[in-house]
Design a protein around this ligand. Sequence first.
Ligand SMILES: [Zn+2]
Length: 113
Amino acid sequence: MHEFSVANHLLELCLKNARENSATTISRVTIKIGKLSGVEPHFLQNAFDVLKDKTIAQAAVLDIIHQDVVIHCIDCVKDFTLKENEFSCPECSGVNINVIDGEEMFLMTMELG
Ligand SMILES: [Zn+2]
């Protein structure tokens, strides 16, 4: 399952950060998941909860921000948040657009103990 490898990667990143900061526990992890990343927050949450067991992150709360897709229309020179995964400008229907948010997964913040 895709979410398990993502959760595993996320957990390793958290543990590495914690080690570098000499932390003994991780209490909270906040991440942002773009809707285009293909990661389902619900599955990622479950996978993280399974994997974090018996690590210093076992009590960590995972907060997931599900980021909408944000595009910039080059013709309108405006940014739009897309409600659907349709890749055209809501205003001019043009496809001369750049995706500026909602593609990736980011670790935002961690609270260490
Ligand atoms: Zn436009």
